[in-house]
Design a protein around this ligand. Structure first.
Ligand SMILES: [Zn+2]
Length: 342
């Protein structure tokens, strides 16, 4: 039996009270005389309402068993407010993920956002990662390589700035998905250009640096099919060679994984042709970036299982893509499933 594990789901339809809390938080940044907002009491039914009409409905229709679930990426907004704003917002968003997991323990498992801001180090993010993993049994995190929201003020991911956070990730044995948030730079469309640019950027930073020599156990998922990387695989292999770096399979691909959030069949065909199957995790990013129906196929763009099914993979490869690779990359997920007898 193979479990269908979707490594990339976001809580895009959150309860109104949660969104109102954020609005009050942001309003107070403009007008500090407003009262400090308190985190709302959200009922189980209010959480169920959004999940059942959206994620759960689609998961049932499309046949996934378990979704690795994190707060809505475009609303992480690390560039809004200061560190205190970011800490409180992360706390609220991550607690809501924990509530969803508590209500649907067989269907969701938690991944946290981090209280990053453009001006601070990773101390608060380390504390929040520890809280989410140790107290709420989360299995990973979303790490934002550009907390400035599109101005690229942070050092590359290979810089020592990030090392204390990587040490915590290794100690807790959790991977990170590289994931930017909304764009506050009008030159970047968030999901169409900023996300894909950030994915591609991260990969090139890993080629240029030697991060995985220092952290051989560190694991990253680069979402959205690895950005532009698979399509330009020859360019990146060639650049590694030109830069006197080792070949990519030893240098980067022991530590980096791509998901299948590529919203058409030729893109998935290319991903599987170019990238080793041990480095691909099934993901859909639903309900999220592209919600419509493809007029060419009559199917939802983000129904990515359909494209993977159409590849006609061997049983062994299918098992790796849908279950095995995710259990390897997320050891805490593997432990959770074992506790459930799976
Ligand atoms: Zn995402």
């Amino acid at each position: 039996m193979t479990l269908i594990i979707d490594c990339h789901g976001h809580h895009t339809v959150a309860p109104k009270k949660h969104l109102a809390y954020r609005e009050a938080q942001v309003a107070r940044l403009d007008n500090p005389s407003l009262p400090l907002p308190t985190r709302p009491d959200i009922t189980d039914d209010e959480i169920r309402e959004g999940i059942e009409a959206n994620q759960l409905k689609l998961i049932r229709e499309r046949g996934a068993d378990l979704t690795i679930f994190s707060p809505r990426a475009s609303r992480m907004e690390p560039h809004v407010g200061d560190e205190d704003t970011a800490i409180k917002w992360s706390y609220a968003c991550n607690n809501l993920i924990a509530r969803v997991v508590e209500l649907y323990p067989e269907t969701f498992t938690g991944v946290c956002m981090l209280p990053q801001t453009p001006r601070t180090d990773m101390s608060a993010s380390i504390a929040e990662l520890r809280r989410c993993v140790e107290e709420m049994d989360f299995i990973g995190c979303n790490l934002n390589p550009d907390p400035s929201g599109g101005h690229w003020t942070a050092p590359p991911l290979t810089d020592r700035f990030w090392y204390p956070f990587y040490e915590a990730m290794c100690e807790l044995d959790v991977p990170a998905m590289i994931h930017v948030s909304g764009s506050c730079n009008p030159a970047f469309h968030a999901t169409g250009s900023y996300y894909i640019a950030a994915d591609t950027n991260a990969f090139m930073q890993f080629i240029e640096g030697n991060l995985f020599k220092d952290f051989p156990e560190l694991r990253f998922i680069i979402p959205h099919g690895g950005g532009a990387v698979p399509y330009h695989w020859g360019r990146y292999r060639g650049l590694a060679d030109m830069l006197d770096q080792p070949a990519l399979d030893g240098h980067v691909m022991q530590n980096v994984y791509f998901d299948t959030c590529v919203y058409h069949q030729p893109g998935i065909d290319l991903l599987f042709k170019v990238i080793d199957k041990k480095n691909i995790l099934f993901g859909s990013e639903m309900v999220g970036a592209v919600r419509g129906i493809d007029p060419q196929t009559g199917q939802y763009f983000d129904d990515t299982k359909r494209y993977v099914d159409a590849l006609g993979l061997s049983d062994e490869d299918r098992h790796a893509i849908f279950e095995g690779n995710a259990r390897r990359v997320y050891p805490r997920l593997d432990a959770q499933l074992k506790r459930r007898g799976l």
